[in-house]
Design a protein around this ligand. Structure first.
Ligand SMILES: [Zn+2]
Length: 390
C-alpha cells in the first residue's frame, strides 16, 4: 500500500521535540516514526519535506461557533472544516448556543445529518446550553430550565450520537439527574455560564461532569463568608478539582496572562483544553470587516473581535494562536501547549487512544507549524488538507 512520508520533521512528543524525523502514514494511521533515512521511501510513496518544521498532533477545538465569514451550521459545515485546517485543526465540535426552539432543534438535526455523511474534521456537536443561569454574551431570553422542560430530550433525539458535549449550569434543578444520564450516554458534561458555588462544582464532578466551560469567563465570584476572609467560588473549585478539565481562551483578552499561568500551575497541561470560542471574524487579517449579518468588526493581532464602539464582539482566536498565546503569555513549553490543544481535548472526547499523539497506531491527524505558529501543513486522517510547504 502506498504511504505518505513526512520527512525532516521536528516531531513534538508529549515531553520533548525530536529533530530530523520521518513520519510514515499508511491507510489514515501513523505507521511509524523514525530518524530520517531509517525508513526510505518506496517508489509509490508520496513524500513531503517538512524542512525542519515542528510536526505536532492536529488541534482539537472543543468549542467554536464561527470562523472567518461563516457561522457553524449544516450549510457551512464543509467549508468551515476546510477553513479550520488552515489553523492546524484536525477535529472540532460544532458549538451551538440557545435560540428559538424550532430553529435550535433544526440546527442540531441538520448538523447531525452532515456529520453522519462524513464531514471531517468535524467530530460532533457541542450544545453550549441553553440550560444555563448566566448569559454572558448570549441573546436575552434564550436560557432554559432543565426541570419541567423537554428541550434536552428533544435535542438529544435530534442530535443522536453526534452530540459529544453538553454544557449546563450545575446548580439548576434537574442537573443531578441530567449529568449522570448524559455521562452514561458517553457525552462529556461541562459546567459553566453559571452562578454555581464551589459545592455545586464538586458535586457535579462527583456525578461525572469533567469539563469547565471557558474557565474564568461567565462565572459568579465567591461570596465573602467572614469579613476579611478571601472568598472562593466556582472558579477556585475548578482550579482545585483534578477531575475537571478547564477550557481556556488564551487570547490575552478573555483570560489575563496571570490567570493563564496560575491555571497552568494548578491543573498542568493534562487539565487544560485550549479552545477558541471563536465567532464570525476569527482568522480574518487585521482590519475592519463586514460580516454576513452586516456587523462591522475590527480585528487586531492579540485582541478579540470588536465592534465600532470598542465593545467585545467575540473571540477572534484560532487554535494555532491559542497555542502561541499559551506559550508567550501563559509560560507553557511548546510540547505542553500542544498537549493542551490535542491530547487533553482528545481525552475529553474519549479519543485519547487514537488522537492527540504522534505515535504508531494513532490517527494521522497532524499539523506542521513554522516559528510563528502558522500551520503550513495539515493532515486529517491521512489526507493532506492544507499544504504550503511544497
Ligand atoms: Zn461559546
Amino acid at each position: 500500500m502506498p504511504r505518505t512520508l513526512i520527512t525532516h520533521a521536528t516531531v513534538v512528543l508529549p515531553d520533548k521535540t525530536v529533530g530530523n524525523q520521518t513520519v510514515a502514514i499508511t491507510d489514515g494511521r501513523i505507521e511509524k516514526v523514525c530518524p530520517d533515512g531509517a525508513c526510505p521511501p518506496n517508489a509509490d510513496d508520496a513524500v513531503f519535506d517538512a524542512k525542519g518544521l515542528y510536526l505536532a498532533p492536529g488541534f482539537i477545538d472543543l468549542h467554536t461557533h464561527g470562523l472567518e465569514h461563516d457561522l457553524v451550521s449544516a450549510n457551512t459545515l464543509e467549508a468551515y472544516g476546510e477553513s479550520e485546517t488552515k489553523y492546524g485543526v484536525t477535529g472540532f465540535l460544532a458549538t451551538l448556543v440557545g435560540e428559538e426552539r424550532k430553529q435550535y432543534l433544526e440546527s442540531v438535526a441538520g448538523i447531525r445529518k452532515r456529520i453522519e455523511k462524513g464531514c471531517a474534521p468535524c467530530l460532533g456537536i457541542h450544545l453550549e446550553g441553553p440550560w444555563l443561569t448566566e448569559r454572558g454574551g448570549m441573546k436575552p431570553g434564550t436560557l432554559r430550565p432543565l426541570k419541567g422542560d423537554d428541550l434536552l430530550d428533544e435535542a438529544l433525539r435530534a442530535g443522536g450520537k453526534a452530540v459529544k458535549m453538553v454544557a449546563l449550569a450545575p446548580e439548576l434543578p434537574g442537573a443531578e439527574e441530567a449529568i449522570p444520564r448524559l455521562v452514561g450516554m458517553g457525552i462529556a458534561v461541562a459546567v459553566g455560564h453559571s452562578g454555581a458555588g464551589a459545592d455545586d462544582v464538586h458535586r457535579a464532578a462527583d456525578l461525572g461532569a469533567g469539563v469547565a466551560t471557558h474557565l474564568f469567563d461567565v462565572y459568579a465570584q465567591g461570596r465573602e463568608t467572614e469579613p476579611g476572609v478571601y472568598p472562593f467560588g466556582a472558579v477556585e473549585a475548578i482550579l482545585d478539582d483534578p477531575r475537571i478539565t478547564a477550557e481556556i481562551i488564551a487570547d490575552g483578552v478573555h483570560v489575563p496572562p496571570t490567570w493563564l499561568r496560575i491555571c497552568l500551575r494548578c491543573k498542568g497541561p493534562e487539565g487544560i483544553a485550549l479552545i477558541t470560542d471563536s465567532m464570525l471574524g476569527a482568522g480574518l487579517p487585521p482590519g475592519t470587516h463586514r460580516l454576513p449579518d452586516g456587523t462591522e468588526v475590527g480585528i487586531r493581532e492579540g485582541d478579540g473581535a470588536r465592534l465600532a464602539n470598542g465593545d467585545l464582539y467575540g473571540s477572534a482566536l484560532t487554535m494555532n494562536r491559542a497555542v502561541k498565546g499559551m506559550v508567550l503569555r501563559g509560560g507553557a513549553t511548546l510540547p505542553d501547549a500542544l498537549r493542551m490543544a490535542s491530547e487533553t481535548p482528545a481525552r475529553v472526547l474519549g479519543l485519547e487512544a487514537v488522537k492527540g499523539c504522534i505515535a504508531p497506531g494513532f490517527d494521522a491527524d497532524l499539523t506542521a507549524l513554522n516559528d510563528d505558529f502558522e500551520a503550513d501543513l495539515t493532515i486529517v486522517g491521512g489526507h493532506i488538507r492544507r499544504n504550503r510547504i511544497q
